[in-house]
Design a protein around this ligand. Structure first.
Ligand code: UDX
Length: 472
């Protein structure tokens, strides 16, 4: 099977929109479907609802040509050979994934099928979802030979989603029939044979014509589990290093040195060993809970994941105690905050540890002035501006006359700040860094009281593990 394939992508959230733009970029004909008419009209007119590097360029390049937007799922289904389901799978009150959107989309697709179609799960879903989709379609009277349901999990990080899509570590294709597997492999062929990397204007990244991504062909269930297990493992790695950071802090060692030493073991690897204020975002918290729930449902006790969640929650509290130990009291204190999104490089504030900390500061009576290069608008929806909460569009304005400055995510821009200017802008040169962006020695030399995570500083005596004996 060669040449462009007709693809429908259902859902134009982070995953769906990136997938649609990237499938068009590698040569396919793509229709991206969403039931939100307003969003569809924004996209049709060239508006981009999310902040994602390279996405505007790709949409601009292909919109109206290889990339169309519509709210007509029936027409999109009929025009497509493969239909990717990339709708939301939010967390339900029990912690399990709420699959009602997937269910609704599957039924609607079933009612529109007029020839052989390959349905592809792209959203993160629990194992067995594949079978459920199959049942839903059959219940709607579609004969078995007219469709296959497959799983092709995404491993995109927000902020670098386009590069992650086009230069992936691996491509996982879970399919039960050769026919469906062949179609999925054909879709990714421009990447797997390296053709895309030689193209003019190709989005640059780690892969190249001589270093193409591997394809892993699996069962549909294995593909579903790979996705959940990958996210749960990465979250575990983060919680692990956060506890190690706490040990370092109490013992007077530097977690950055320890992480380097750990990461040099190729069996462990250096990535996702950055200690901080805990993980957030639309995936890790939800997927850890969902995977734990899946394990429970199949009778397996995965208490390790409960511990991972507990550590993650405690890490925010610990940071908060650190701020308290530096400031003594909170009421009326003016706090500058740099970073509101759940990490740098995105405007997404879902499950953002930064917003949790800001909310706690406000509850304690602080006056917060916050800056984030992209997340101001989305933050305002959750924490409206008011007498206690001000948003500014310049990092130095956040620091102006503040009793302390907190760094809550890791935008590259924060690494490039003029520290001298920050020093004299602040009322007191206290910088509490939840992401370990600066060198403690240099900060001390510059006259900052600098507290970070898992590193001994000049204020070691203020370490909560030690100072808790003396305060409040
Ligand atoms: C994640 C997965 O990486 C991706 O494969 C999946 O498809 C979706 O979920 P994303 O949520 O965009 O991607 O963010 P990621 O970069 O993985 O970071 C998640 C959270 O962990 C952030 O809050 C980040 O700040 C935190 N983190 C990450 C750490 O605290 N330390 C680290 O070393 C790495």
């Amino acid at each position: 099977m060669k040449g462009p394939i007709s693809i429908a992508v259902v859902g134009s959230g982070y995953v769906g929109l990136v997938a649609a733009a990237c499938f068009a970029e590698i040569g396919h004909r793509v229709i991206c479907v969403d039931n939100d008419e307003e969003k569809v009209s924004t996209l049709q007119n060239g508006g981009i609802p999310i902040h994602e590097e390279y996405l505007p360029e790709l949409i601009q390049r292909h919109r109206g040509d290889r990339l169309q937007f519509t709210s007509d799922l029936r027409a999109a289904t009929q025009a497509a050979q493969a239909i990717f389901i990339a709708v939301g799978t939010p967390q339900s009150s029990s912690g399990s994934a709420d699959l009602s959107y997937v269910d609704a989309v599957a039924s609607e697709i079933a009612r529109s099928i007029d020839g052989y179609k390959v349905l592809v799960e792209k959203s993160t879903v629990p194992v067995y979802t594949n079978e459920w989709i199959r049942r839903v379609i059959e219940r709607n009277g579609v004969p078995k030979e007219l469709f296959d349901v497959t799983s092709n999990p995404e491993f995109l990080r927000e902020g670098t989603a386009v590069v992650d899509f086009l230069h992936p570590d691996r491509i996982v294709l879970g399919a039960a029939t050769e026919r469906a597997s062949d179609l999925l492999q054909a879709i990714y062929r421009p990447l797997t044979v390296g053709e895309y990397y030689g193209a003019e204007n190709a989005v640059p990244g780690p892969r190249g014509q001589n270093d193409t991504p591997p394809v892993l062909l699996t069962s549909t269930k294995a593909a579903e589990i790979i996705k959940h297990a990958s996210n749960a493992f990465l979250a575990t790695k983060i919680s692990f290093i956060n506890v190690v950071a706490n040990v370092c802090e109490a013992a007077g060692a530097d977690v950055e040195e320890v992480a380097r030493g750990l990461g040099m073991d190729t069996r462990i690897g250096p990535k996702f060993l950055r200690a901080g204020i805990g993980y957030g975002g639309s995936c890790f918290p939800k997927d850890v809970a969902a995977f734990r729930h899946v394990a429970e449902q199949v009778g397996v006790d995965f208490t390790l994941l409960r511990e991972v969640e507990k550590i993650n929650e405690e890490q925010k509290q610990r940071f908060f105690r650190k701020v308290r130990s530096a400031l003594w009291t909170f009421r009326g204190k003016k706090i500058g905050v740099l970073g509101l999104a759940f990490k740098g490089g995105t405007d997404d504030v879902r499950e953002s540890p930064a917003l949790d900390i800001v909310q706690q500061l406000l509850k304690e009576g602080c006056i917060v002035t916050a800056y984030d290069p992209a997340a101001e608008e989305r933050s305002k929806e959750l924490i409206p501006p008011g007498p206690q909460m001000r948003y500014v569009s310049d990092p130095y304005d956040a620091a102006q006359d503040a009793d302390a400055l907190l760094i809550l995510n890791d935008w590259q821009e924060f690494l490039e700040l003029d520290l001298e200017r920050l020093h004299y802008t602040l009322r007191y040169p206290i910088l509490i860094d939840g992401r370990n962006l600066y060198d403690p020695g240099r900060m001390a030399q510059m006259g900052f009281t600098y507290l970070s995570v898992g590193r001994p500083g000049p204020m070691h005596a203020l370490d909560p593990a030690i100072s808790s004996r003396f305060t409040l």
